[in-house]
Write a protein that binds this ligand. Structure first.
Ligand SMILES: Cc1cc2nc3c(=O)[nH]c(=O)nc-3n(C[C@H](O)[C@H](O)[C@H](O)COP(=O)(O)OP(=O)(O)OC[C@H]3O[C@@H](n4cnc5c(N)ncnc54)[C@H](O)[C@@H]3O)c2cc1C
Length: 408
């Protein structure tokens, strides 16, 4: 049986970063990085952006070249999944080997939610989570003139933007009343809905999928809950993920929507940490609520917290959440968590396609959505961090830089 001082389950952004930071901090023990995918750790965001559009090759997505892992003595295992954890004996089981660990870092991300209606597993119904998903979609694209996207979250909207650019007719179905309902305020949703329609996307809100018609194992039409039949050559489903927590839950970890972790990303199980999309933590920027964030920032910063904790540095996780999305020629940058705001302020003009929406609670800036507005994004972050009470009238005046606005 192999023993690793640090065993990492999941070789995505969080797992890879944990291994990288451990070595940066001088950790000299053995590190094993086990990933269920066949590839070495790679960047996931381009899967619905440049890689999907065919503008970036896969080798440019690799987080580090193969030699990096060898040089740092980080042993990588690809195509291997940790299925079981024995907390008492400190062992992690896979189909091929059993590993013994000193400490285990669980960084297994999430699995896309799938439609459950008839026809949902046809060969041209796709998700976008892994490189292989996009390769399968791209291999079919020549035969696609109309595509249907289910879900108006970031991945669905980004996919719609790419497919439109590639000259495909796109129908986007969002079951909620507006796109981005889970993550953004109404004004931002409205702006993106208008942009997508302006680019020719047939975007429908309040539209659920009832069934998918198939002919010879291929989806040919989508039937909505309202009874409409939409002819399609392909479906892409972007309706969120389920955190990958099965083995931890079976081992007795405290779980909810994700594995519960404390400020050092420790689970309730001895010597087991959890980081990234699969972990839920209490976040000061979410009004002290428990949240599970799905972002590179969170994966990266939680990985650094764990690595620091392992080498004895006391650095609790308290990073400001941030996120970005690219659609058409729009760069959205978000900082903070807008949930729970009681006031919004618009800076700039959506008609000029450069503006920011500021979210306040009790007069304090808690989050920003900045569209083609990098300065506001950079300068607004400092106000979120400071927690100062700010004048909404001054914030709305885009002739005054955010950095020049003092607390009231
Ligand atoms: C298409 C797409 C676009 C995105 N765009 C953005 C963006 O623009 N900005 C942003 O901030 N975030 C974006 N995200 C989110 C971001 O990629 C994730 O938050 C981030 O990848 C989370 O990192 P992670 O390591 O927690 O999980 P992942 O990157 O998902 O890595 C988890 C890895 O663990 C593997 N695994 C699962 N179970 C096991 C197991 N039992 N044993 C071993 N390995 C296992 C998985 O196969 C996977 O390789 C995007 C995500 C997707 C899918």
């Amino acid at each position: 049986m192999r023993h690793f001082d640090i065993l990492i389950a999941g070789a995505g952004h969080a797992g890879a970063q944990a291994a990288i930071t451990l070595r940066q901090l001088g950790f000299s023990g053995s590190i094993g990085l086990i990933g269920a995918e066949e590839d070495l750790p790679y960047e996931r965001p381009p899967l619905s952006k440049e890689y999907f559009a065919g503008e970036k090759s896969f080798d440019r997505l690799l987080l580090r070249p193969r030699a990096f892992w060898l040089d740092r003595n980080i042993e990588t295992f690809t195509g291997l999944r940790v299925d079981t954890i024995d907390v008492g004996r400190k062992r992690a089981g896979t189909s091929r080997h059993e590993f013994e660990y000193g400490k285990l870092i669980w960084a297994a991300g999430g699995t896309p939610r799938l439609l459950t209606c008839p026809g949902a597993n046809a060969g041209n119904v796709h998700v976008i989570r892994q490189r292989g998903d996009v390769d399968r979609i791209r291999a079919q694209l020549d035969r696609v003139s109309c595509a249907t996207i289910v879900g108006g979250g970031y991945i669905g909207l980004e996919a719609a933007s790419v497919l439109t650019k590639l000259g495909k007719k796109v129908v986007l179905l969002e079951a909620q009343k507006r796109v981005l309902e889970r993550v953004a305020g109404e004004q931002l949703s409205q702006f993106f809905e208008e942009e997508h329609r302006r680019h020719g996307v047939d975007l429908r809100t309040g539209a659920g999928v009832e069934a998918i018609e198939i002919v010879a194992e291929t989806a040919t039409a989508v039937v909505t809950r309202e009874g409409e039949r939409i002819v399609t050559d392909m479906l892409i489903v972007g309706i969120g993920i389920l955190p990958e927590i099965g083995p931890l839950a079976s081992a007795g970890a405290a779980v909810g929507d994700g594995v519960h972790v404390d400020e050092y990303c420790r689970t309730s199980l001895a010597d087991i940490y959890a980081i990234g999309d699969c972990a839920s933590h209490i976040n000061a920027f979410a009004n002290g609520k428990r949240v599970r964030l799905e972002s590179i920032q969170n994966a990266h910063d939680q990985a650094k917290t764990v690595a620091a904790h392992i080498v004895g540095i006391d650095s609790p996780y308290d990073a400001l959440p941030w996120f970005w999305s690219n659609q058409f020629d729009l760069k959205l940058q978000t900082a903070g968590i807008s949930r729970g705001h009681d006031q919004t302020v618009m800076r700039g003009d959506p008609a000029r396609r450069s503006f920011s929406i500021l979210y306040l609670r009790g007069g304090r800036l808690i989050a920003l959505d900045c569209v083609n507005s990098v300065k506001d994004y950079v300068q607004g972050r400092a106000h979120i961090m400071s927690g100062a009470v700010l004048s909404p009238a001054l914030l709305a005046n885009d002739s005054i830089a955010l950095k020049d606005i003092a607390s009231t």
